[in-house]
Design a protein around this ligand. Structure first.
Ligand code: NDP
Length: 282
């Protein structure tokens, strides 16, 4: 019997680590797997996904820039995907796609499990309001944080994210240029793609940081350099890149497809070894 077919869709997709991560999980679990990277533009995405299903594709990951489009294409979604309005994991059910979003649980597992952070009662600043930010905001609220402040370059997108959370008073938006007035935070998360620009620099007020602040960049490799440099200069207690989240969100997708959650430590250690050579892509 041939291996079940899975794929990751995105643009660009060449640097995605998802095929490598899922192959490693499958080997460790003794599962036969055919998992490929498929490049598709926004115009091509829906047709490419249908062609994949017609050829026997049973599951897919979706990354930038297709997460919101994938949500719109789903016949059914989990409640966390619905709240996010964005899907990163697809499972074929009958003639349609069932959509989930594992980005948020992936980040929370990395922070609480791998890094031992207690998120309960924390003030959290979320920079960015794109697909990734929409995925992680509900998971942070569910993890028991005290308050979520969302700031985005385009303020309307931050407002829309906060409205979708439907937690007035607990999830609020702020103008990027007014961040100085927001006080300090125990967790500052960069969910923007600004660091993909090789000349990127983060101009953020030092007043955001206190002696307990952890800074997390969802990016990894070169795209995480600028934000993590700001975090160190600002005196954050800890700073992490997005590699742990990458591995944990993949493990949650793997569980949805195969019914078993793989151990993530070996793959994480292997990616960490070559982190400086990786290009953020998932
Ligand atoms: P989107 O394209 O949906 O959103 C991009 C976000 O970045 C928007 O908020 C956008 O603001 C902001 N942005 C872009 N350029 C700048 C800039 N120069 N200055 C300030 N803000 C900027 O991307 P995603 O949300 O899907 O992904 C965000 C990043 O997180 C990506 O680099 C992605 O690879 C990474 N990621 C990592 C994951 C992991 O597992 N480690 C998982 C998911 C994502 P505006 O709305 O104003 O355009």
């Amino acid at each position: 019997m041939s291996a079940a077919r899975y794929a990751v869709f995105g643009q660009p997709i060449a640097h995605s680590q998802s095929p490598h991560i899922h192959a490693a999980f499958a080997r460790a679990q003794g599962i036969a797997l055919d998992y490929r990277a498929i490049e598709a533009s926004p115009q091509e995405f829906a047709a490419a996904l249908e062609a994949f299903a017609a050829e026997g594709g049973v599951g897919a990951n979706v990354t930038l820039p297709h997460k919101e489009a994938a949500f719109a294409l789903c016949a059914t979604t989990t409640s966390r995907a619905h709240r996010a309005g964005a899907v990163n994991t697809l499972l074929r059910k009958g003639d349609g796609w069932h959509g989930d979003n594992t980005d948020g649980i992936g980040l929370v597992r990395d922070l609480t499990g791998r890094h031992g952070l207690d998120l309960r009662g924390r003030r959290v600043l979320l920079l960015g309001a794109g697909g990734a930010a929409r995925g992680i905001a509900p998971a942070l609220l569910d993890a028991g944080i005290l308050e979520l402040v969302v700031a985005n370059r385009s303020p309307a997108r931050a407002d829309a994210l906060v409205d979708a959370m439907a937690e007035p008073g607990r999830a609020i938006s702020a103008y990027w240029e007014d961040l100085r007035e927001q006080g300090d935070f125990e967790l500052v998360i960069n969910a923007t793609s600004a660091g993909r620009d090789k000349d990127a620099a983060f101009q953020l007020p030092l007043s955001l940081v206190n002696s307990l602040t952890t800074a997390v960049d969802l990016n990894y490799g070169g795209a995480a350099i600028a934000f993590l440099a700001w975090a160190r200069a600002a005196g954050c207690r800890n700073s992490f890149d997005g590699l742990g989240m990458l591995v944990e969100q993949a493990a949650e997708s793997f569980r949805l497809w195969h019914g078993v959650r793989p151990d993530t430590d070996a793959v994480y250690a292997e990616l960490r070894e070559r982190a400086s050579t990786l290009v953020t892509a998932d």
